[in-house]
Design a protein around this ligand. Structure first.
Ligand SMILES: Nc1ccn([C@@H]2O[C@H](COP(=O)(O)OP(=O)(O)OP(=O)(O)O)[C@@H](O)[C@H]2O)c(=O)n1
Ligand SMILES: C[C@](O)(CO)[C@H](O)COP(=O)(O)O
Length: 233
C-alpha cells in the first residue's frame, strides 16, 4: 500500500469494442496464456504496492466482466464507459472524485496494453514527484517520420529527435485531469489520450521512456507479439 496520505488510483478504460481486432469478443476479453487481456492489464496494478484502488470503465452492454475471476477483487470499482475513450476515462474520474482527497493522483492505462512492467509504473510515480503537470510513458521514434499530404504523398520529413509515440499509463493529479478532459470535451477537441487534454490547457507533461513491449493490442497480429512478451515476464 502507498503509505502517504496521497492515494494513487489506477483507471482502466475497458469499454471499447475492438473494431480493428475483428474478433467475436471485444479484444480485452481475448485470452493469452489462460487469462484475458484485461486480467493481464489489471494484475499489474493490483499487484503493485503503490496503487490503492483500481477503477475499470466497462461497456454498458458488457456481459463478460462478471464471468472473470478478478471481477470480485476488493480493490476494484467498476463504472459505465462512454461512447469514446475520453468519455470512459471521464466517467472513471467522476467516480474517483466522489472518494478522492485533494492530492490524489491517477494512472490511466488502456485495458488493451497487457505487457506493462512494474518498473514502468515505478518510473512514472518517480516522474510525478518531479513534474506538477504529470507524466506519460512514451518511446522515441526509431523510424524516419514523414508528414503526409492529403493525397498520400510526402509533404516533408520531420525531425525525429522531437517525435515520441505516446503509450499508457499516463499519470496526473486527479483534479487537473478531470477538469482538462471535461473542458476539452466541451470544446470539441480530439482527445485521444489524457496528455492531449492537459496540453490543450497549456501544460507540459513529462515524457518517461517506456519499452517497445508495452504494445496496444489493436490488430489480430498483435496477439502473437503480446503472448511472446507476456511469456517472458
Ligand atoms: N468508448 C471507449 C473506447 C475505447 N475504450 C478503451 O480504450 C482503450 C484504447 O482504445 P482502443 O485500443 O482503440 O480500443 P477499441 O476502441 O476497443 O478498439 P477499436 O478502436 O479498434 O474499435 C481500450 O482499452 C478500450 O477498451 C473505452 O474505454 N471506451
Ligand atoms: C492512449 C493511447 O493508447 C496512446 O497511444 C492511444 O492514443 C489510444 O488510441 P486509440 O485510437 O483509442 O487506440
Amino acid at each position: 500500500m502507498n503509505n502517504n496520505k496521497t492515494k494513487i488510483w489506477a483507471l482502466i478504460p475497458a469499454a471499447g469494442i475492438g473494431t480493428r481486432m475483428k474478433s467475436e469478443l471485444p479484444k480485452q476479453y481475448l485470452e493469452i496464456d489462460g487469462k484475458t487481456i484485461l486480467e493481464h492489464s489489471l494484475s499489474k496494478f493490483l499487484e503493485h504496492p503503490s496503487i490503492d484502488k483500481v477503477v475499470v470503465a466497462l461497456h454498458p452492454n458488457d456481459n463478460h466482466w462478471a464471468k472473470i475471476k478478478i471481477a470480485n477483487h476488493s480493490k476494484i470499482i467498476t463504472v459505465e464507459g462512454g461512447a469514446t475513450r475520453a468519455e470512459s476515462v471521464l466517467n472513471g474520474l467522476k467516480a474517483i472524485q466522489q472518494q478522492h482527497q485533494q492530492d490524489d493522483w491517477v494512472m490511466v492505462h488502456d485495458a488493451a496494453r497487457p505487457c506493462l512492467d512494474a518498473g514502468s509504473i515505478d518510473a512514472l510515480i518517480q516522474a510525478g514527484k518531479e513534474s506538477k503537470h504529470g507524466a506519460i510513458l512514451a518511446i522515441p521514434s526509431v523510424d524516419t517520420v514523414k508528414l503526409a499530404n492529403a493525397n498520400q504523398t510526402i509533404d516533408k520529413t520531420l525531425n525525429r529527435e522531437q517525435i515520441w509515440l505516446a503509450q499508457t499509463p499516463q499519470y496526473f493529479p486527479v483534479q487537473i485531469l478531470a477538469d482538462a478532459i471535461e473542458t476539452g470535451l466541451e470544446q470539441g477537441l480530439a482527445i485521444t489520450d489524457e496528455a492531449s487534454a492537459i496540453e490543450a490547457q497549456g501544460m507540459h507533461p513529462a515524457l518517461v521512456i517506456g519499452t517497445r513491449k508495452n504494445i496496444k493490442v489493436t490488430q489480430p497480429e498483435d496477439m502473437m507479439l503480446a503472448s511472446v512478451w507476456l511469456a517472458g515476464m
